[in-house]
Design a protein around this ligand. Sequence first.
Ligand SMILES: Cc1ncc(COP(=O)(O)O)c(C=O)c1O
Length: 356
Amino acid sequence: MRGYNFSAGPAMLPLEVLDQIKEELYDWHAQGASVMEISHRGEAFQQLAAESEQDFRELLSIPDNYHVLFVQGGGRGQFSMVPLNLLRGKTTADYVNTGVWSGMAAKEASKYCHVNQVTSAENSSFTSISKQIDWKLSSEAAYVHIVDNETVNGVEFPFIPETGQVPLVSDMSSNILSKPIEISRYGLLYAGVQKNIGPAGLAVVVVRKDLVGQALPSTPCLYDYQNHVDQKSLYNTPPTFSWYVCSLVFKWLKKQGGLAKMGEINARKAAKIYDYIDQSDFYYNNVDKPYRSRMNVIFRIRDESLYPEFLTQATSAGLLFLKGHKLVGGLRASIYNAMPEAGVDALLNFMEDFRR
Ligand SMILES: Cc1ncc(COP(=O)(O)O)c(C=O)c1O
C-alpha cells in the first residue's frame, strides 16, 4: 500500500504524475517505445526538452537574459561547476555557512579558489542565519554562494541577500519551485531535481547569460556551462527518463495554479506542523522561527529514547521515512510540493496519538 512519503530525497512524486507514467510507459507519444528507449536526438525528445524548458521558464518567470540548463551530476555536481565557471579570472569566492550543505559546497570550491567564509551559524548548531549586516563580504569575490534551504538542518533563508554587482549563487536543491522567486536578484541558481521536481539524475541551472563562457581552461568539457548552452542541454546523453518525469511535474504544477498557489499551500502545510510542535511539551524544534524551513521540518521528542518506537509506529501507519539525517538525529518531515495537505494532517493526527 502506498503511504505518505516524508523522505528528504529522492522524494514523493505527485500521484497523477505516476499514473501518467504508468499509462504511457510502453508507448510514449506514439513512438512504439517508452521514453527511455528512444534517441535524445530524435524530434520527439527534442520537443519534450524544449517544452519542459518553456514550462519551467513560465513557472519561475525567468527573464530572457538567463539560460536554463538541464545537466547531470545532481546538486553536488554544481558544487564544482559553479567555481569552475564563475571565477572568471578572480581567485576568491564568498560562502555563507548555514548548515551541512553549504559547508560541503565551500569545501569543494576551496579546491579552485580562496573561500571567504562570510559568516557561519556553526556556533548556534545551525539553528539560525545571521543578519546580512554582520556578514564579512569580500570586495574581491567572484560570487556569493548561499544554500537557500538547508535540507539537513531545516533552515531556510527568509530573505534574498543583497550582493550589489557580485553575482549571488543559490543552491535551491530542496526548495526550488516551492514559491515564486525574483530571478533577476540571482546570478545563478541550481537544484538537484530529486526533491521537489522528479527522479534523481539531473540538476537544473538558471544562469545569467553574461556569466557563461569563461570557464577555467582545465574545466572538464561536461562541466563547462557553455557546452550545455551550445547544445541546448543535449551535449551528451541526458538521463531521459528523469527529464521526462520533470516535464510532467512542470505541467502538474501549472495545473495546480503555479508557484503562487504552491507557495500558499506550502506555507500552510509547514505552519500547521510548527504550530502543533510549538504548543507541545512533548515535541520541540529549536530553529529560530524566522529561519524555519517550509520544506524540511525537523522535530525532536524530549524523551530521546522514544525515537525507535515513534518510527516503527509511524511506518505501520503509512507515514514513511521520518528519521532525521544521521548528522543531526531526531525526526524530519520533508513536505515538498507533492505532499498533499492530507499527508500533513495524517502526520499531525499520528503525532498527537503517539504523544497520548
Ligand atoms: C541543499 C542540497 N544541496 C546539495 C545536495 C546534493 O545533491 P546530490 O545528491 O544531487 O548531489 C543536497 C542533497 O540532499 C541538498 O539537500
